[in-house]
Design a protein around this ligand. Structure first.
Ligand SMILES: Nc1ncnc2c1ncn2[C@@H]1O[C@H](COP(=O)(O)OP(=O)(O)O)[C@@H](O)[C@H]1O
Ligand SMILES: [Mg+2]
Length: 368
């Protein structure tokens, strides 16, 4: 198995051509809302119009059934002429496969579990890697802690679990009475996949592990009573995102992007995925918006600008912050002390602190 299950299903769907449209069912958006459970059950919608060959539904079912790892397939036929529901479904029921007791022999389908002790769970996500997601997450966590909130930070990025380095912690966590004791730094409780996964294990092998670990991190870590649990997601819309939203109720997603168009496109897809499963997008953070010289303090647009604003517009959510590309931010991360503690007065820090206040405000949280 070389690719994640969802990708293998997508490739299979791309092999089903609708002769009427001369295009495959996925690209033509005839097959949509594909949901996959942890144990390989697939549910998808197929939009058929009166002119479509009825065998299309059978073909779709058959190719998906043949995908390795798929245990069950359900195809819901919808009338292509009927209006499509809005992308931002208001309820969690938008991923119905999660609630279905379809699992055979008493194996329960994953159902989101509420963890009241975790406070508000905020996913920090991005379309691409390298946009500064972990940098934003660590600074957001520390800034919220400084504002008086009890904050946990979960590093669920299987490709680059670098939260420990950025927070300056590096010991495997202790286990006491079957509970994992989180590490603590800068007033934040921290748990990372990086603590548990072999460093040189290829990322592709980590995929299946992440499903189990996300649940374990929610349930078996001695978080105590939190106001916020921030989750640093891997880039894109993969297993970790799906695992998290299936495992528990996520209060909101913060999407990090850079001003470049490519990054914005990927970020849009990421944001839509959260919406589709009923998780509100709190807003957009544009990172590396412009260069700020440490010598002169002068701003300089280097990547073009306005990408974050365009994305925010498209999604009709606020642009929460525009963070400068400022070399001390990188140095602070490398040294294990996020910039909001290393240099609280610089403009990047001030923007990150404001960001924290806006995030707290948008989910209605007040420090105890
Ligand atoms: N605003 C910024 N100014 C300067 N360097 C930054 C900034 N944001 C991120 N970086 C640096 O860019 C690199 C990628 O950031 P990181 O947070 O690891 O991205 P991601 O988690 O999205 O992969 C890191 O070396 C980080 O220190
Ligand atoms: Mg990262």
């Amino acid at each position: 198995m070389s690719e994640p299950l969802q990708q293998r299903i997508a490739s299979a769907l791309r092999g089903v051509i609708n002769p009427r449209l001369g295009s495959d069912v996925l690209s033509a958006e005839q097959a949509a809302n594909v949901a996959v459970t942890l144990d390989g059950k697939v549910r998808l919608q197929l939009r058929l119009s009166a002119q479509d060959d009825a065998t299309l539904a059978r073909d779709v079912r058959q190719v998906v059934e043949r995908v390795e790892g798929v245990t069950d397939v359900r195809v819901d036929i919808v009338d292509a002429a009927a209006p499509t529901p809005p992308a931002s479904a208001p309820k969690r029921a938008a991923l119905p496969v999660m609630q279905e007791p379809t699992a055979p022999k008493g194996v329960p389908a994953p159902t989101p579990i509420a963890y009241p002790n975790l406070g508000r769970i905020i996913a920090v996500s991005s379309g691409k890697g390298g946009v500064g997601k972990s940098t934003v997450t660590t600074n957001l966590a520390v800034a919220l802690a400084k504002q008086g909130f009890a904050v946990g930070l979960m590093d669920a990025d299987i490709y680059g679990p670098n939260i420990p380095r950025m927070m300056g912690v590096d010991a495997p966590p202790a286990v006491r009475d079957d509970k994992i004791i989180p590490l603590e730094a800068h007033g934040v409780k921290i748990i990372s996949l990086g603590f548990l996964i072999e460093k040189d294990q290829p990322a592709i092998w980590r995929g299946p592990i992440v499903m189990k670990i996300v649940t374990q991190f929610l349930r078996d870590v001695q978080w105590g009573q939190l106001d916020f649990l921030l989750v640093d997601m891997p880039p894109g819309t993969g297993d970790a995102q799906l695992s998290l939203v299936q495992a528990t109720q996520v209060a909101g997603a913060v999407i990090v992007t850079t001003p470049q168009e490519v990054s914005v496109g990927d970020a849009l897809r990421g944001a839509m995925m959260f919406r589709r499963v009923g998780v509100p997008v709190v807003g957009i953070v544009e990172n590396m918006s412009y260069f700020e010289s440490p010598e002169t303090g002068k701003p300089l647009a280097i990547f073009g600008s306005g990408g974050g604003a365009r994305l925010a517009n498209e999604l009709e959510v606020p642009l929460l912050a525009e963070i400068p590309l400022y070399p001390p931010v990188l140095q602070a991360g490398d040294a294990g002390a996020p910039i909001v503690v290393a240099d609280p007065s610089c403009s990047a820090s001030q923007k990150l602190v404001k960001l924290a206040a806006r995030v707290a405000e948008s989910v209605g949280a007040r420090p105890a």
